[in-house]
Design a protein around this ligand. Structure first.
Ligand code: CS2
Length: 477
């Protein structure tokens, strides 16, 4: 097999980007775009920084930052990515991280830290979050991403340097705006002068990222070692399709992203909502409802006609009307393409991976759509089924003693263990989770629809879920 290797002299590149959160998604997506550019734009290599574990550094450093990307085509294609020139683990290498953040050559800081990594409140940062509280009292020894960003900005200001641009690459609507508010809120609590400087001088472009990236597994490692003839400790894999739409607002300069296929846009809000609502929300629906039905992967879930039919109906009839689509984006064609990607038999994308962090994902992916539908007086019965599916999933895991992967796991597992099957009581208990359900929880139309959906799912077994999905696939009241 032909293995594509970096088409540039890595030694001639220099670090211009600090990236927080070098998980599989970053390495399969953003780093690949920059890898495309380094031949002509050598100043934008990456220093990848893990905020918690040393796993990525310990895997990649001995490989000089190189790793393999498998593109899951028929047949799969391998590509060695060279864009990461340095890998650091923040808790163990504080000085090195800070040195990069104050390096004038670094003009861009990017993030894939997942929804929970931002520690957001509705209009700023959650000051009660333990990591944020820690960083506000010890701003020189940050542990959170927001704390690190502000520590770096403070040091740059003191050194007379311009701020770096901060680019969120996570699945949040208005991700740049939310990041901006969080950084400003945090900075204001430390030093209003610093906040004013950031407000005027720094930019926080919004972006939409898209490429399905299943977790690395042993099959991937074995395939890569066979083909390369050397062991890659941590290869990554993704579907061939990839998209990156970025708002063109880089006060500190940027690489010529468009040369690598990035769409530089002013209409980012249309793109990010369309993607979150038409790809991520259906993904979560498949994850919770499919898991309850005993299915294991996205492709298997798409092979179940009842579940796949329900999800498609929800996408076309309920989600699409809530979207203001950017020019040139045709909803039906976009939906067709997404369903085709979900059906890709070359991808083993576990529903359990998508089910993680429901407390962070459900609000962004589903509850905003429900709020918009209610505001337009549209029915929300179908949209409430995946939300109820999540609650049933929580109950099932908790009562089976299976741990949830979720920053709110403790609260959710407690509610799940205490659930009695009494719909009104269970729903009232779950709706008391303000961080997830406010302000929708006070809308009786939502509460009624959620109760109906939860009741329709019965015990959450395969037969009950299938009959609820069949009933919901027809016209709604
Ligand atoms: C998925 C996403 O794990 C999940 O929650 O919905 O990671 C999804 O695969 C990507 O956003 C696709 O771009």
């Amino acid at each position: 097999m032909q293995v594509q290797r970096p088409a540039y002299d890595r030694g001639a590149t220099c670090i211009g980007v600090v990236h927080f959160g070098p998980g599989a998604f970053h390495r399969a997506h953003q780093a690949v775009y920059l890898d495309e550019l380094l031949a002509t734009e050598p100043d934008w290599a990456i220093c990848a920084v893990s905020l918690h574990s040393a796993g990525v550094r310990d895997a990649l450093q001995p490989q000089d930052g190189l790793y393999t990307l498998a593109l899951l085509d028929e047949p799969p294609r391998l590509r060695v990515i060279g864009a990461i020139r340095e890998v650091l683990c923040a808790p163990q290498q504080r000085d090195a991280v800070m040195a990069r953040l104050v390096d004038p050559a670094v003009r861009l800081v990017t993030l894939t830290i997942t929804e929970k990594g931002y520690c957001l409140s509705p209009d700023g940062v959650d000051a009660a979050h333990p990591d944020i509280a820690h960083d506000l009292s010890a701003p020189d020894a940050p542990v959170s991403a927001i704390g690190w960003l502000v520590a770096g900005l403070r040091a740059r200001r003191a050194a007379g340097l311009a701020p770096y641009t901060m680019l969120s690459c996570d699945n949040l609507a208005d991700n740049g705006l939310r990041l901006r508010r969080a950084v400003l809120d945090f900075a204001r609590r430390l030093d209003p002068g610093l906040a004013g400087w950031i407000d005027v001088e720094a930019s926080f472009p919004r972006s939409m990222v898209d490429s399905i990236t299943p977790a690395s597994d042993d099959a991937l490692r074995a395939r890569v070692s066979d083909e390369l003839g050397v062991e890659d400790v941590w290869p990554v894999q993704r579907e061939p399709y990839t998209q990156w739409v970025v708002e063109d607002d880089f006060r500190a300069g940027r690489p010529a992203f468009e040369r690598a296929g990035v769409v530089m846009s002013g209409e980012i809000a249309g793109f990010d909502r369309a993607k979150l609502r038409l790809l991520n929300a259906p993904h979560s629906a498949l994850a919770y409802l499919g898991s309850l039905m005993g299915l294991g992967t996205v492709a298997e879930a798409m092979g179940d006609p009842t579940l796949a039919g329900f999800v498609e109906r929800m996408m076309r009839a309920d989600i699409t009307p809530t979207l203001a689509l950017p020019e040139g984006l045709d909803a039906d064609a976009y939906i067709d393409a997404i369903l085709e990607r979900f059906r890709n038999p070359a991808i083993v994308h576990r529903l359990s991976q998508i089910a993680w962090d429901g407390s962070q994902k459900v609000p962004v992916r589903l509850l905003g759509t429900i709020a918009d539908a209610l505001a337009a007086d549209r029915p929300v019965d179908r949209l409430c089924l995946p939300v109820a599916g999540w609650l049933r999933f929580v109950v099932r895991q908790a009562q089976a003693g299976e741990a949830l992967v979720d920053p709110m796991a403790e609260a959710l597992e407690g509610l799940g263990r205490d659930a009695t099957g009494d719909t009104d009581r269970d729903i009232a208990d779950f709706l008391s989770l303000d961080a997830v359900f406010a302000p929708l929880a006070s809308d009786p139309r939502f509460v009624d629809a959620l109760q109906r959906a939860y009741a329709a799912l019965g015990e959450g077994d395969r037969a009950a879920v299938a009959s609820a999905l069949t009933a919901a696939s027809g016209p709604q009241s």
